[in-house]
Design a protein around this ligand. Structure first.
Ligand code: NAP
Length: 532
């Protein structure tokens, strides 16, 4: 079958929150823009991750767009932390409200992208052989969108059902009376386990490394609080924009070590009762001082022992690692689920999984018969989705070759050797260590300004300079090196969760300083870029 090549000024790959806003913004500026989305509708991560209990751990009034005052005033969230279905409804509402779907092609996966140097045009091919051309490409492919399915021997032979939390069936899963096994104890598992345990006949949790979790203390939206925020929404957004993670997490500007044990305990207790990620901001040195961090981890260990009836299970659930080094989880009733008689915790660091059999899981100590196996095994984060596309820049250089030793780019936005190619919330930008929607809007706005600059100055090509790219990578690493997070654990922030992936701390720490750098580059006629 022959296809004609569809041509656009800009092609956006992905129609999650990043792709949707890019379509909205660029279309309004008069660019012809097309988004290509693998899923059947908008929503990105919230389209795919429909496992029971999936919920955001950033406050609803903050985890939402701010580009439209009418939108943020008129949309009402029902809970402090919105559930996946409500966030997906919100995404659909935004798509309807701004008529975005007319510029999005769904159920289409980009397979290859090639930069044609002579014409200065990107040529894109889908899995079905459809072809597109665009002057610029914007990768809105998401940070946690490439599922990690570990290479368990025998997985295909399992006779029951297998699900990955990151690709959950739309019709849901019936657990009633079933023997369910779940591998993993990260954020996804920690949300799913309490709910599945209530429905399943039995639930066996295969834990390799215990994860730290704090209670969400989720509740119905406080209407008075909502009214107060909406009364001063723009100012509230601006205040958050200037915060370290673009979040209102009430940072306590003192050390955990300079106060009495009672005062420290009271602070942690207050944060525990408030719930959520603000626990990380209990003191200003939890991310940088191992002794300060130990006070936080000891507090959580004590809580786990208070909640769990069996001290041996409590010991197994106490993470031996640095709190916050792997992303802190936020739960509703996670720890107490292990007091249920139908829930079993299996330590697969002591007794590794040998294989998946036709009937369940075999560790080197025992066999577990299962009807349903859930892989809550996370993602090839930040680079996985980008590297799953065969992207070829100048002189035949592929992104896979360029990033063999870890991702290299400038401002987390642009890769030398890949002109007119932008990544939204890519490695080297605050991304997952900031409020993602704020980070997305900042990136899209920066790219939109850049495209206007090119248009106004009759320029057709922009590309990061290698020297500036190298300096940027060094800076990102240098900042991360000041924390306990860079080398303190095997986190997905560093790629250490994927066998064979280069170990590099990927996110840029500190949203405000990052924004300043982006602004200064633009204000200085895109210093660090080659333009022509
Ligand atoms: P994750 O945090 O990477 O957790 C994956 C889990 O699977 C870990 O416990 C890991 O153990 C385990 N695992 C992986 N391979 C394994 C193997 N071969 N054998 C045994 N265990 C294995 O993934 P996630 O829970 O999907 O979360 C990823 C990120 O998504 C989160 O950190 C968060 O940023 C985001 N997320 C957010 C929310 C929210 O907003 N509330 C909810 C869900 C996800 P090890 O630790 O030993 O590697």
């Amino acid at each position: 079958m022959t296809h004609t090549k569809k041509q656009f000024d800009v092609i956006v790959i992905g129609a999650g929150f990043a792709g949707m806003y890019a379509v909205y913004r660029l279309r309004k500026l008069g660019f012809s823009v097309q988004a290509i989305e693998a899923g059947g509708d908008v929503g990105g991560t919230w389209y795919w991750n429909r496992y029971p209990g999936a919920r955001c751990d950033v406050h609803s009034l903050e985890y939402s767009y701010q580009f439209s005052e009418e939108l943020q005033q008129e949309w009402n969230w029902s809970e402090k932390y919105a559930a996946q279905s409500e966030i997906l409804d919100y995404a659909r509402h935004v798509a309807d409200r701004f008529d975005l779907r007319k510029n999005i092609q769904f159920n289409t996966r980009i397979q290859a992208m090639l930069f044609n140097e002579a014409s200065c045009i990107w040529e894109l091919t889908t899995q079905d052989g459809e072809e597109f051309q665009a002057r610029h490409c914007i990768m809105a492919t998401g940070c946690l969108s490439m599922n990690n399915v570990p290479d368990f021997q025998g997985l295909e032979s399992f006779k029951g059902e297998v699900f990955h939390t990151g690709n959950w069936p739309h019709e849901g899963v019936d657990f009633s009376g079933k023997r369910v096994g779940i591998i993993g104890t990260g954020s996804s598992a920690i949300q799913a386990i309490p709910i599945i345990a209530e429905e399943a006949g039995s639930l066996t949790v295969f834990q390799r490394t215990a994860g730290f979790s704090v209670p969400a203390q989720n509740e119905a939206m406080d209407k008075t609080y909502e009214a107060q925020i909406k009364f001063r929404y723009q100012k509230f957004r601006q205040e958050n924009f200037n915060r370290f993670a673009a979040l209102n997490n009430n940072p306590n500007p003192i050390s955990a070590l300079g106060i009495s044990d009672e005062e420290r305990e009271a602070t942690f207790e207050g944060r525990w009762q408030t719930g959520g990620l603000s626990f990380l901001a209990s003191f200003n040195d939890l991310a940088t001082n191992i002794d300060a961090n130990r006070t936080a981890s000891e507090f959580v260990h004590k809580k786990i022992h208070q909640i769990i009836d069996d001290p041996k299970i409590a010991d197994l659930l106490c993470p031996p690692t640095i709190l916050g080094c792997k992303r802190l989880c936020v739960d509703t009733g996670y720890y107490k689920t292990f007091n249920r008689t139908n829930v079993k915790l299996i330590d697969v660091s002591a007794n590794p999984i040998e294989k998946v059999t036709t009937h369940g899981i075999k560790t080197n100590a025992e066999e577990y018969d299962l009807d349903i196996l859930i892989l809550a095994t996370g993602f090839d984060a930040m680079t996985g989705a980008l590297l799953s596309i065969d992207i070829q820049g100048v002189d035949g250089l592929t992104l896979q070759e360029k990033w063999q030793g870890g991702p290299k780019n400038y401002l987390g936005l642009s890769v030398s050797g890949f002109p007119n190619f932008f990544t939204i919330t890519g490695p080297g930008s605050p991304s997952v260590l900031a409020n993602m929607i704020v980070a997305i809007e900042q990136h899209v706005d920066w790219i939109a300004d850049c495209l206007i600059y090119l248009r106004e100055n009759s320029l057709s090509r922009i590309e990061a300079q290698q020297h500036d790219e190298e300096q940027w990578v060094e800076l990102v690493n240098q900042i991360a090196g000041q924390t306990l997070y860079a080398d303190g654990c095997n986190s997905w922030y560093t790629g250490a969760n994927i066998p064979g992936k280069s170990r590099v701390f990927m996110p840029y720490l500190g949203f405000p300083s990052y924004v300043e750098k982006c602004k200064s580059v633009a204000a200085n006629n895109y210093t660090g870029f080659k333009l022509n």
